[in-house]
Design a protein around this ligand. Structure first.
Ligand code: FAS
Ligand code: PHB
Length: 387
């Protein structure tokens, strides 16, 4: 078999890349190890930047997103017994976020690819990358796929990054001393907008998916297991961390999914080797506090699509050669913003009183100065995309 672009992974990065390449008349094959049902049901990100929404709509896969997505024009920072709204409409006029689950984006992209006759293969076994440096090909389940280019969109635990010879890639990593317990509950949100809560007990986030489904996160120890968090304990802790302002009551309900996500920052440089290009979580991971992971994947794919279109149109490799450089500036901006939001809102060593005072001082500054709040707002809704 042969295709122009062999794509490993049917997450947001791999599926969007396949769709955008199709719109440019470029063939691809997507190889996914999990089942379609698993990929479509996996609960992950929930906040789309303005640029991500614009990209999906322009690519013709944003119809349901525009109908069902929840447009938000602010978030609340809750700490010290008070809530402080960060008003996007005032600080970054015309820019907003859209709450729309990553699994919905994935469903929309899979539907679009299959409707267009795209070659997306699920439950593929033993994908392996071969000779990415010159004549690349993929093997899987006893088959071989010759490609002009391979796109590694297989996430943090994929096979593409490890297929690069040792010593070529440099990685940068920061692990945080806590994790997030993510909770999906069949209960109407108790707040119109997202609430980021800093408390002495730890961080909590009140998000949502639809008017009937709420999404929550709790800061938990790094080795926490779901078994330690029965529903009763989850609701008690969410109430303890969110019911800290007068008049706010958290509505409880049926918990339909829970899972622990480690908190880490990770970047690999460069994001390419020979004819192998890494995009999304295969190249970088951010702590989800800034809601950047999915949005960074989209930004990478936009750059890679333009580079591949130029390459297949006239053989030009200039944009492909500059792929990593074009992505990494935004990647590091998102790394810093995610680190900043994480260190601002989570509790660290209980005996670091000086650090806690710095945190509270910074929160007071961000919630009282438009200049400081604008730095949060413009990064949160997403800085303008290149191109
Ligand atoms: P993905 O990991 O989504 O997709 C990679 C795909 O490759 C997967 O489908 C995987 O099955 C497949 N794959 C892996 N190895 C393979 C192999 N050897 N062969 C074939 N296929 C292979 N981001 C946020 O912004 N907010 C959040 O709240 C948030 N929560 C998260 C919770 C969890 C548990 C995780 C893991 C991530 C979370 N993220 C969050 C980040 C997440 O949304 C990613 O940024 C996003 O999924 C990136 O998309 P992809 O790069 O496509 O990677
Ligand atoms: C989510 O709704 O999943 C979500 C929202 C904001 C974040 C992280 C996750 O910062």
């Amino acid at each position: 078999m042969r295709t122009q672009v062999g794509i490993i992974g049917a997450g947001p990065a791999g599926l969007l890349l396949s769709h955008l390449l199709h719109l440019r008349g470029i063939s691809s094959v997507v190889l996914e190890k999990r089942s379609r049902d698993y990929v479509e049901r996996r609960v992950r990100a929930g906040v789309l930047e303005q640029g991500t929404v614009d990209t999906l709509v322009a690519a013709g896969v944003g119809g349901r997103l525009l109908r069902e997505g929840l447009s938000h024009h602010g978030i609340e920072l809750r700490y010290g017994g008070a809530g402080h709204r960060i008003p996007f409409e005032k600080l970054v006029p015309g820019r907003a976020i859209t709450v729309y689950g990553q699994q919905e984006v994935v469903k929309d992209l899979i539907a679009a690819r299959l409707e267009a006759g795209g070659d997306v293969r699920f439950e593929v076994e033993d994908v392996a990358v071969h000779s990415p440096g010159d004549r690349p090909y993929l093997t899987f389940g006893g088959e071989r796929l010759d490609c002009d280019v391979i796109a590694g969109c297989d996430g943090f635990h994929g096979v593409s990054r490890p297929s690069v010879p040792p010593g070529v890639l440099r990685t940068y990593e920061r692990d945080y001393p806590f994790a997030w317990l993510g909770i999906l509950a069949r209960v109407a949100p108790s707040s119109e907008e997202l609430i980021y809560a800093r408390t002495e007990r730890g961080f909590a986030l009140h998000s949502m998916r639809t008017p009937e489904i709420s999404r929550f996160y709790l800061q938990v120890p790094p080795d926490a297991g779901e078994a330690e968090w029965p529903d009763e304990r989850i609701w008690a802790e969410l109430k303890a961390r969110l019911e800290t302002v007068p008049g706010f009551t958290l509505t409880t309900g049926e918990i339909i999914e829970k899972g622990v996500t480690p908190m880490r920052g990770f970047v690999t440089e460069p994001m390419q080797y020979g004819r192998l290009y890494l995009a999304g979580d295969a190249a970088h991971i951010v702590p989800p506090t800034g809601a950047k992971g999915l949005n960074l994947a989209v930004a990478d794919v936009r750059v890679l699509t333009e580079a591949l279109a130029a390459f297949f149109r006239d053989g030009s490799t200039e944009l492909l050669d500059g792929y990593s450089g074009a992505c990494l500036k935004r990647v590091w901006r998102a790394q810093h913003f995610s680190w900043w939001m994480t260190t601002l809102l989570h509790t660290f060593d209980s005996d670091d009183d000086y650090g806690r005072k710095l945190q509270l001082s910074y929160l007071d500054y961000v919630t009282s100065s438009d200049a400081a709040a604008t730095t949060l707002a413009e990064n949160y809704v997403g800085l303008p995309l290149e191109g």
